[in-house]
Design a protein around this ligand. Sequence first.
Ligand SMILES: [Zn+2]
Ligand SMILES: [Zn+2]
Length: 767
Amino acid sequence: MNFWYSIPFHDLDVGVVSINDDVDIELLITCYEGLKEMHIYAERGSDPIEVVSPEGKLLYKRVTGDGILALPYHDAWQAEISSSSTVKGKDDMVKEVIGSGDNNDIPDINNKAKDVCEEKSSQMESNPAVMGPHKEKIHDAGDKSKRKKEQDWNEAVDDDENLFDRGIGPNDESTPVYNYFNADEEFRKEHFELKVGQKFSNFHKFREVLVEWGIREGYEHKYIRNEGSRITAKCAKGCSWRIHASRIQRSKTFMIKTLKGDHHCGRDYSNRHATSTYLSHKFQAKVRDDPGCSIPGMVNETRRLFMLDISQKKAARTKQKALEALRGNDMEQYHRLWDYVATVKNSNPDSHISLQIDKRNIEERATFQRIYYGLGALKNGFLQGCRLIIGLDGCFLKSPFGGQLLTALGRDANENMFPISFAVVEVENYNSWGWFLRELISQIGRGNKGVAYTFISDRQKGLVHAIEELFPESEHRFYLKHMFENFKQRFKDQNLRDLFWEVAAAASMPEHETALSNLERANPQEGDKLTAAGWFKQLPPKLWSRAHFSTACRSDTCINNMSESWNNYILKARGEPIITMLEWIRRRLMQMLVTKREGMLKHGGTLCPNIYEKLEKLKIKARNCVAVYGGNGNLKVDGYGRTNVVNLELKTCTCGHFQLSGIPCVHAVACIQSRKLKFEEYVDACYHREAYLRAYNFTIGPVPSKQFWAPKVGQTASNATSVASAAQKQRRFWYLRSLDPPPKFWEFDNFGFFLEMIADLAPPKLF
Ligand SMILES: [Zn+2]
Ligand SMILES: [Zn+2]
């Protein structure tokens, strides 16, 4: 039997070279090292062909129907020798065998596979590894059953185009095993190994893994060859360690072909492959969590995590690059914000979601400024099942663009928070709060059933001002916890601190007066110094004294617990890009409505569980109270050193708590118990199970994934641009420009219309 090879890059008419023995083969290999393709010819009708490695190992044996066969080049042989499994190796080999034959079976499969490839090529472009094996396998047409398997395998890939990215290939004995390097998994380990035969989806992936390995193990390499088709690298310090990888025939897949020698150079705390770009990927999560992280801190962390010493300059560059990458991710989402909003509105009728943008003139690209996010289900639930108290709170976001999240929180019948709406704004101040409240008014009105809302918030100056201006008829309370923090800083005496709570908790005028005079006695006036009582009197009592609160909202609350639970609730989403964050919150709220409704449906009884619990506690306290009938429907209750008068008919008590909260106070509980009445009848309807179910009666609509989002709003709205007169436009721009000093809120009125005209949003300017 005779073999020949054609001279690479030359036509057959130049002639072929015969291959007679191993010497010829070695010569062939030496002459054409690294060559991807070699055409070997065998005489037609020859015997079975064996492929034997230079060491004499049988690599491959097959019967060929056609006279044309090609041999793999020598690197693959070596790979084969080091690999323990001959089955795997065989398939690898076959893949590299290139035939240009005219076997009748081949064209058919060829076309079929080609069709499949083309059909999917658009999806697979990002994953060249998938393309490679397809085409290579086609040439192995000798075995029909194998062809069948090949098609199954195609289907498997159809299911998940990322199959290879995750390194999960079909792992059947008779199907080829594509042992692609699984970076996700391997990088999670402390150490990972490089081995001959390992495959990488492309050139870049291989280099990335090589660099990662070197930095982890503390070795530095230098490239001898660094080309798209092959990479050879050796130890930068001259050890015998050497690696060679090259592209597998007709694919972008890279495979490690040789790996020789060892490093004995020892670890060095510097590695030129640990560039600021490399490190910036490692620091991305940290920078997102803490955009203000210090440069010296990063230098230390690099030393601790990677055993690398870097300069402050390099750390600064690293941080800069990480921030830029994060902003890039985030920026993407601003472009699709309009589409997202339109989609949410579609699936959530009655929702109020509005965007405020910054655009100084016609030419300038619109910049995102604020978004108000009010879902119809929450609005309706709030109006139908919650009390008229609204907690307002702002918290910082951790995205690279900064910003703050403002939230309006209601209270449900079970005394838990009920989110009404939230907004992303640049910073918490008079202007942004004013805008938020204006949006809130347009969504839920100024009050419900003729009663104004009661607001509760911290002492944020801008917010206090904005509430006064927009809700002059509303009551505004301060969170006592926040006030107490301020009080503590000024007054260190523990006795005064105890008296603080006595003053704040007093719910009737006489108690309020008594508590204040106690405070005056404990901290008497000396010169001009501000006394504790004077400190309280600086603020109007209606802001902080329960005795001065209105009873309309059926709540005595002035503790911060609602906004704290909200902050915990959204904690995980705070660092996410804008749409991810909004979606995350929306989904959680969607789940919350369902879970809570189902929970309450299982719960029996007239009142909500927390209210029952509260009553049980009061019943225990009420054992020290004695109720005596006092005429006119009044009951005199003696207990805890005082006498109070309860009127069960009017649901009042002189202590003030009954009428303020709508739940019987300890005195009323004593009366109800002594007269063997039903507690449920004396608890305000706002705490009933029915009220709770009304609040959770609505559902938040699902939002499809982004490929199904509504088309750009701006495209349809662009006609509106020509409708609006130039003068109108000019005026509207002026309002946007004149943010400082803030315009009166009502001047923003027509913005909804204006905003609809701008489709593409840029991310906010950095603050
Ligand atoms: Zn070395
Ligand atoms: Zn009472």
